[in-house]
Design a protein around this ligand. Structure first.
Ligand code: ADP
Ligand code: MG
Length: 715
């Protein structure tokens, strides 16, 4: 019998796993085989040589081990609250051991006045310390299991966190530990190595088998650290290897247009019409794209720049390169308001230049629409700006050379795929030529995440704001101090400034949220009878919404009250105050996006976060971070720490294509970089990357999940 066979045994082969538990293990933990069990690493290791005394216990202790006897059992409570309590004493005091189910089982299995080792988490109930669902081990069995005859050595024992649902069926950490030990006992061969030998040597890694063994039963704390490091590296390494291998294949396959010169238009604009000197970051980003565009490969670049960092001018100038080389360019925005704003900016900046810019949204109809369609087909329209109306089948270009997608997180994968198809139509010859693609986003995706999720896109960052900007000052107000908020607003507005008041709106409580906005509107109208106030929300008719918005943009109204529809891209430099109501209901990323609507002019701007009085500690932390920093990347990193990477706004929709098993993107940033470097080196020397045969389940996992996303469409 070979090793692999043992690891593929279904868990039902284990002595105390029947069909019911097997089902729970599969559904609750994804564990189906012995091999899967080995990959369930303990969440911590506990020094099992350490015993506490009952009188030392406090509810803030994570886990404790006690030695003593159950004095008596007692049943308490009725119905669902029924529980069995074992009064446990070590001679120094008494703690209650509590079970909520399996009552008969408990009384049958455990006996009074017998020596036990109790292991569990202390908590407080009705002023008394108790341990719910403790793990009880017969003292002699414990000695055999944990001490191996050696009384003094520190013994690190794994602690496996088992989902609550499984705990209710008697599956606990101790049981996991026993199962894992059984698997190791049955194995005849070590777990297969997956990393190349030279890597193990160079990085001083333990073997895969040693690492997995050490995770479950380490000799020392430092062994756990080493094992964890190796396993994390391996996981990230294979993901990076896949991403890089994929992107290299793509580069071989897809040629891009060659824009071999920046062209007349770019130069003309640069020397005559550039409205302000570019920041160093803007220059750098333009240079990077310039390199891509003449490389002969299709550019796939993600441009990250915090709100207000000046992505638009970069978009415009790189478009001029494409046009100067005889092609068309298009810019796709997530909303009509934004598309119109881009159109106005482009027309304004290009007023003196021979460049025709048109707008295509679903609102553009009839004759006008036909004219634009004609112009696109015959090439007389140089730049097309629009919403997703651009990707309709009827829209055909003469020669689309460059596509920019603004605020990418609003676009689904499928929509992007359609744009690509459109591009194929323009391809000629045997090999389809693809237009260059720039995805712009203000959602500051932390570098580590970008590298993993968008590993096959190149990333450029505008990490510098235009000069003269004053950082927005952020202040926290409790809801009950409304008057202060009014006074502050009044003061700014009396100086000719404008203000946004934002209310949360989510699908689940849409009706209530809209009522809140409307109630708020009435309150503000009452408080500021002399001012004009706009209101905008997603449930309004588009025309009505646009006109309310326009009134604010033109300065006819002083206050704009809105739900989060204003989150993306709107540019009103005269607005210097934003009050965010119920700020506790917003995520960090969203708060930051919203705040980006102010601080766009030379004046000092303010962001007021209004919250209820009682806040959870996470919320307090979010508010605190917002008050402390304006740096989008810092905020994104914090956000990832608070919420975990899978939850980040913006990556939600694009979808992280794999679950990380052991590595953590928020914490293991450096390791991601290292894994990437090594993966790159391996591919340089061995493009096929012939890894040890059947290179590990994680590599397969990474592959598998990637395929569930149509990567050819988005990268
Ligand atoms: P975003 O990156 O959020 O799209 P925009 O491109 O809308 O930012 O730029 C925000 C504001 O900053 C605009 O009013 C723009 O004209 C201005 N701006 C951009 N680049 C510079 C620069 N280098 N110097 C001064 N102002 C700039
Ligand atoms: Mg923008």
């Amino acid at each position: 019998m070979t090793t692999i066979d043992v690891l593929e045994y279904p868990v039902t082969y284990l002595s105390n796993v029947g069909p019911a538990r097997a089902k729970l293990l599969k559904e609750g933990m994804g564990v189906r085989t012995y091999g899967d069990l080995l990959m369930q690493f303990p969440t911590k290791h506990i020094d099992r040589s350490r015993f506490y005394y009952t009188h030392e216990l406090s509810p803030d202790m994570p886990y404790v081990q006690l030695k003593g006897q159950i004095l008596s059992f007692e049943e308490e409570g009725q119905g669902r609250k029924r529980r069995i309590v074992g009064h446990f004493s070590d001679g120094n005091g008494v703690v209650d051991l509590v079970w909520f189910n399996g009552l008969q089982y408990i009384e049958r299995s455990y006996h009074i006045l017998t020596d036990y080792v109790v292991f569990g988490k202390p908590s407080v109930f009705k002023g008394r310390i108790n341990i719910t669902h403790p793990e009880l081990t017969d003292l002699s069995a414990w000695k055999q299991m944990y001490q191996n005859g050696n009384d003094s050595a520190p013994i690190l024992r794994p602690y496996y966190s088992v989902p609550e649902k499984l705990q209710k069926h008697g599956i606990n950490s101790k049981m996991m530990e026993q199962w894992v030990e059984t698997v190791f006992r049955l194995m005849h061969e070590p777990v297969k190595e997956t990393l190349p030998q030279y890597l193990l040597d160079e990085l001083h890694f333990m073997s895969r088998h040693q690492a997995i063994r050490a995770m479950h039963r380490p000799q020392s704390a430092s062994e756990v650290t080493q094992a964890t490091y190796r396993l994390k590296f391996e996981e990230l390494f294979f993901i990076q290897l896949n991403i890089l291998r994929y992107s290299r294949q793509r580069n071989l396959r897809y040629a891009g247009y060659v824009f071999d010169r920046v062209g007349m238009l770019f130069n003309q604009f640069y020397y005559n019409y550039l409205p302000f000197p570019l920041t160093e970051a803007q220059k750098r980003v333009i240079r990077q794209m310039r390199e891509d565009m003449r490389s002969g490969r299709q550019m796939n670049r993600l441009l990250q720049g915090d709100v207000g960092s000046g992505k638009t001018i970069v978009a415009l100038m790189t478009m001029l390169i494409a046009i100067g080389c005889g092609h068309q360019a298009c810019l796709m925005a997530p909303t009509e308001i934004l598309a119109e704003q881009h159109l106005a900016t482009f027309r304004h900046l290009l007023a003196q230049m021979p460049v025709r810019v048109e707008l295509l949204t679903s609102a553009v109809k009839g004759k006008r629409r036909n004219e634009i369609m004609e112009g696109l087909k015959d090439g007389s329209v140089n730049i097309l700006i629009g919403t997703h109306a651009i990707i309709e089948d009827a829209v055909q270009f003469y020669s689309l050379g460059f596509v920019i997608i603004d605020e990418q997180h609003r676009f689904g994968v499928a929509q992007r795929a359609k744009l690509w198809q459109k591009a194929q139509v323009t391809g000629t010859g045997n090999q389809p030529l693809l237009p260059h693609v720039l995805v712009m986003t203000a959602t500051p995706i932390p570098r580590t995440l970008a590298m993993t999720v968008y590993g096959d896109l190149d990333v450029s960052v505008i990490d510098e704001l235009p000069p003269g900007r004053k950082p927005v000052q952020t202040i926290h107000h409790y809801e009950n101090r409304r008057q202060q908020l009014y006074d502050g607003l009044r003061q700014q507005i009396s100086q000719g400034r404008q203000a946004y008041i934002v209310y949360p709106l989510i699908k689940e409580s849409e009706k209530m949220d809209l009522q809140n906005l409307e109630q708020g509107y009435n309150e503000f109208v009452k408080a500021f009878p002399d001012l004009r106030i706009s209101m905008v929300h997603g449930k309004m008719k588009p025309a009505e919404k646009d006109s309310e918005m326009d009134r604010f943009v033109r300065g006819e109204t002083q206050i704009l009250m809105a739900t989060t529809v204003i989150e993306v891209g709107v540019n009103v430099p005269n607005a210097t105050v934003m009050a965010i109501m119920n700020a506790e209901r917003f995520g960090l990323a969203q708060l930051h996006q919203l705040r980006g609507r102010v601080g766009r002019g030379a004046d000092q701007s303010y962001c007021i976060l209004v919250t209820a009085f009682k806040l959870s500690s996470d919320t307090k932390r979010r508010i605190q971070i917002m008050c402390e920093t304006n740096d989008g990347f810092e905020i994104a990193e914090e956000d990832m720490k608070l919420r975990g990477p899978g939850d980040l706004e913006g990556t939600m929709q694009s979808g992280i294509p794999f679950d990380l098993h052991i590595a953590n993107l928020a914490r293991d940033g450096q390791l991601v970089q290292q894994a990437r470097d090594y993966a790159r080196r391996l591919l340089d020397s061995d493009p096929q990357a012939n890894l040890p045969e059947n290179a590990n389940t994680w590599a397969q996992l990474a592959n598998l999940n990637r395929d569930s996303v149509d990567w050819s469409a988005i990268s």
